[in-house]
Ligand binder design. Structure first.
Ligand code: NAD
Length: 502
């Protein structure tokens, strides 16, 4: 059977390009689909459509409760087609069926519903009295959409991370142009189909495919784009900040991480061991908020590591389509090479490889990009493998003597996206959590991102926050309107102009 061909979605219509790109299955190298390979002109066309839709005002002037209804219809369609999106995720980004259902697709749909509900309840305007004002006047504050927003998303959670951008953007009345990663454009294009079927007006939601350095860069630099929301590497985040500076765009960045998982001496070890594996192995460690630095007290270190290695061996790596599989393939051959580079570096730097560290071979691993859980001990936090993001299933174990030292190690990082604390004493864990420079801290858990709470990074892990009740703040301009109710302008003019004869 010939694999399907996908076009871009611009101004409510499907648009092709003169060249195409292959989307391949990272578990088998099989061709999943061909996709239009967009360019800067396509980005311009999509921005022009989004600007026209913004100026027409159909979407932004639709009452928020009505926008919420359209978005809820969209969610209903997504729910009906959920199996299709799970299949596509497994095929294009190699996530296991189980994780795709729970996280990649499950969260994406429920989070879109959250933003639809938020549209209906968000405070788009408020009024109040004036402080110390001599005449009778009222203040009015409106929150208005920016206009055209660009959303640039990576390959690891292609549907979810797009929802985090277009959900609040559209709830607030903006229009958007989205650019998926070249390796994983299919689920987002299918979301466009659902948007179309739900009745989202033409030009309000656009998807342009193509290379980041061409399409993404054009969107970031485009003079008619008022805001860019980006998830990806810190290096590209820096480029986007530079490109967007030309017209002082608002920028939201969700970047890399090197999450410290601090096990306090009183932690329940059996729970904490499994959780440490969960923290760095979910989606093969290709999640920005993974727990990739495990900080162990000297008192627990040896037994903890022994148990960790024992349990790592129980992780089933293999066909992501099999419901029993725990870990699937690495997204690409390049990404696996990057992981291998860091493993070699770790060995050179003097860390001890206690588990994994090599490509998986043999039955089931002939095609695709395979790399299993990998654990280093004897790691010093100054080593490159403790400082740089590997973006694969590689854990570094660092020993600490006192809790203060553990906090210092956790904070000794350019990143600050996620962290964890394990303890039976919640007060003690909360005390540690308060001292960690990180946008999220999980106590006795990991990966539990929640739509009701903000997500984002300290330091070089990003700018701004996604999710939570204030998510729409990041997609609106605040306007203050002063209303003089007494119409006694002459009393103020006299403050400026000294009347004749005085
Ligand atoms: P990446 O930065 O290479 O790419 C992300 C997106 O940016 C892709 O759509 C890509 O096409 C586009 N892009 C690339 N170069 C560009 C340019 N010059 N101008 C504009 N757009 C460009 O990242 P990746 O390899 O796709 O993802 C891995 C990285 O993303 C990791 O470092 C990871 O930590 C980070 N990430 C962070 C989060 C988060 O929420 N903080 C989530 C997922 C991934």
């Amino acid at each position: 059977m010939t694999p399907p061909h996908y076009q871009m979605y611009i101004d409510g219509a499907w648009v092709d390009s003169s060249t195409t790109v292959d989307v391949t299955n990272p578990a088998s190298d099989a061709l999943v689909a061909t996709v239009a390979h967009g360019n800067a002109d396509d980005a311009d066309r999509a921005v022009a459509a989004a600007l026209r839709a913004h100026r027409d005002g159909e979407w932004r002037n639709t009452p928020p409760e009505e926008r919420a209804k359209v978005m809820t219809r969209w969610v209903e369609i997504l729910n009906e087609r959920m199996d299709e999106y799970v299949d596509l995720h497994v095929a294009e980004n190699g996530v296991t069926r189980r994780q795709a259902m729970a996280f990649h697709v499950g969260y994406a749909i429920s989070h879109l519903q959250y933003f639809a509900d938020l549209a209906a309840t968000y405070e788009f305007s408020r009024s109040g009295p004036m402080l110390g004002y001599p005449t009778v006047a009222a203040g009015l504050v409106r929150r208005e959409p920016f206009g055209v927003v660009a959303g640039i998303v990576p390959w690891n959670f292609p549907m979810l991370l797009a929802v985090w951008k277009f959900g609040p953007a559209l709830a607030a009345g903006n229009t958007i142009v989205l650019k998926p990663d070249e390796k994983t454009p299919l689920t987002l294009l299918e979301m466009a189909r659902a948007a179309h079927d739900a009745g989202v007006p033409a030009g309000v939601f656009n998807v342009v495919t193509g290379p980041g350095e061409v399409v993404g860069a054009r969107l970031a630099a485009h003079p008619d784009v008022r805001k860019v929301a980006f998830t990806g590497s810190t290096a590209v985040g820096r480029t986007i900040t530079e490109l967007s500076a030309a017209n002082i765009k608002k920028v939201t960045l969700e970047l890399g991480g090197k999450g410290a998982n601090i096990i306090l001496p009183d932690a329940d070890m059996s729970q904490a061991v499994d959780a440490a594996l969960f923290a760095f192995c979910l989606y093969q460690g290709q999640a920005c908020e993974s727990g990739t630095r495990l900080l162990l007290p000297e008192s627990l270190h040896d037994e903890f590591v022994a148990r960790l290695v024992e349990r790592a061996a129980d992780i089933r790596v293999g066909d992501p389509d099999d419901f029993d599989t725990d870990m699937g393939p690495i997204i690409s051959a390049e990404q696996r090479q990057r992981i291998e580079h860091y493993v070699e570096l770790g060995k050179k730097e003097g860390a001890t490889l206690v588990y994994g560290g090599t490509r998986l071979t043999g039955e089931g691993f002939d095609a695709g990009n395979w790399f299993g859980p990998t654990i280093f001990t004897d790691v010093d936090n100054s080593m490159t493998i403790a400082q740089e993001e590997v973006f694969g299933p590689v854990l570094v174990v660092i020993k600490y003597r006192t809790v203060d030292e553990a906090i210092e190690i956790a904070n000794d990082s350019e990143y600050g996206l996620s962290a964890g604390v394990w303890s039976e004493d919640i007060d003690a864990a909360l005390d540690v959590a308060a001292q960690i420079e990180s946008g999220t801290v999980w106590i006795n858990d990991w990966h539990m991102v929640n739509a009701l709470y903000p997500f984002g990074g300290y330091k070089q892990s990003g700018n701004g926050r996604e999710l939570g009740p204030h998510a729409l703040d990041e997609y609106t301009e605040e306007k203050f309107i002063h209303v003089d109710l007494a119409r006694r302008i002459e009393s103020k003019v006299y403050d400026l102009v000294v009347p004749e004869g005085d």
